[in-house]
Design a binder for this molecule. Structure first.
Ligand code: FES
Length: 106
């Protein structure tokens, strides 16, 4: 389990935007979805490509992997379509001292 890792100041991640931070060896994607923050492992479960390169669909609350088109639910990490079937790991995210923080709690 990692310590809390600083991502960015809260004002730097506006609705619809994403950021990536590393918690030890784990890349974590943080997304502001309509004012709510969600943190997922930045690795597609199909072939480990970085999810952060993909586009966010704010209506569905999903992100699409640019490599082969798998889609994941940003709130839960669930795989929504092939070729990915396993969920991506979901991590805790908090706001403290004006910043956004994440942690790999596995
Ligand atoms: S690596 Fe993401 S869909 Fe294949």
């Amino acid at each position: 389990m990692s310590e809390w890792t600083f991502v960015c100041a809260t004002g730097q991640l506006l609705p619809g935007e994403k950021a990536v931070a590393w918690a030890d060896d784990t890349p974590i994607l943080v997304v502001n979805l309509d004012g709510e923050l969600y943190a997922l492992e930045d690795r597609c479960t199909h072939d480990e490509f970085e999810l952060s390169s993909g586009d966010i669909d704010p209506v569905e609350g999903s992100i699409t992997c640019v490599l082969h088109g798998a889609r994941f639910d940003l709130r839960e990490g669930t795989a929504l379509c092939a070729p990915a079937y396993e969920p991506v790991a979901k991590f805790p995210v908090k706001i403290e001292h004006g910043g956004i923080w994440v942690r790999d709690d596995r």
